[in-house]
Design a protein around this ligand. Structure first.
Ligand code: ZN
Length: 313
């Protein structure tokens, strides 16, 4: 005999499975929360947006839950970075979802990297030694100009799939980019005093951000993207940080904080909580523009403090 708990569980499960099919408006799935936040800004009340990866998760290695297959099966549109960030986990989910609307080349499949020149594209494709940036650096969304590019692609896809609401989507796109333009002026001013400064990060996720704001972020605690730090490599990083008086280390929520703390302790550098995603750390959200607000302000503060109390070589 079934217990009431089991019946409630079955009912809840069926409801959860049906829920995506019953939602009104465009059903949009974004692989990561930054793309989801922009889709929400453009789609407004005309779109129901789900982001698969959690903002605190390493988006190279997302835990593929069965509920993601259900979301993809019911979606009208899938927004992805499309520069191999999702290559390890999205294809099997799509295979399970069997949703023709999301097939590559369809208007429901939006790859935001399309039309963007990626940085660090290797001369020859080489996945040897576990390099997970084999096709170029996929962390392009933290450059506001690339955020604008993503918004433009998302708006175009929504207009194509839901032409009756074209005016509403285009109006929201315009107001998003107007806000982005205004903030970009402020962000550039805030970081202008630090042009040319070098910053260390755990993973090579910030070359687009660095280029956008005139910084250099080219020294990493990981010896190669996706390869955990080794003692020998860390020793080399510590020596370079001391020699070049680098005073800031960027660390994201899913990275090994203890390792970063050790390096900070040995060099006198400040540890700065960074994230590529709205909601990834406290104060970084809820939208894409608020994420950039947080990144710029937090980094500027750390660089300013570092100037006052320069790290001991
Ligand atoms: Zn990466």
């Amino acid at each position: 005999m079934k217990s009431p708990h089991v019946s409630v569980f079955i009912f809840a499960t069926i409801t959860a499975l049906l829920a995506p099919a019953l939602q009104a408006g465009m059903k949009v799935v974004a692989t990561t929360p930054d793309l989801g936040a922009i889709a929400t800004a453009i789609g407004g009340d005309l779109a129901h947006v789900d982001s698969l990866a959690k903002p605190t998760e390493d988006t190279h290695f997302v835990d593929p839950k069965p509920s993601y297959v259900v979301k993809l099966a019911h979606a009208d549109m899938l927004i992805e970075g499309g520069a191999e960030l999702e290559i390890g986990w999205l294809p099997p989910l799509l295979e399970g979802a069997r949703n023709v609307k999301l097939e590559a080349g369809r208007p429901g499949r939006v790859a935001c990297a399309e039309g963007l020149p990626l940085l660090e594209v290797p001369a020859a494709l080489d996945r040897a030694q576990g390099d997970i940036h084999a096709m170029g650096n996929p962390h392009f969304m933290v450059d506001p100009e690339n955020g604008r590019h993503a918004a433009q692609r998302i708006c175009a896809a929504l207009c194509e799939l839901d032409p009756g609401h074209r005016a509403a989507y285009e109006e929201r796109y315009q107001s998003f980019t107007n806000r982005l333009d205004q903030r970009l002026v402020v962000w550039r001013q805030t970081l202008a005093p630090f042009t040319g400064r070098r910053v260390v990060s755990f993973h090579n996720a910030w070359p687009y951000f660095a280029r956008s704001f005139g910084l250099t972020i080219d020294l990493f605690l990981e010896p190669k993207p996706g390869i955990p730090p080794t003692p020998a490599h860390l020793e080399e990083v510590i020596n370079r940080m001391k020699a070049e008086r680098i005073g800031v280390i960027l660390v994201e929520p899913f990275q090994n904080r203890k390792t970063a703390e050790t390096v900070a302790g040995r060099t006198g550098a400040a540890l700065v909580d960074f994230t590529q995603y709205p909601g990834g750390v406290k104060g970084a959200g809820p939208g894409y523009i608020e994420l950039l607000d947080y990144l710029v302000d937090t980094l500027a503060k750390a660089l300013r403090d570092g100037q006052n109390g320069a790290p001991q070589p």
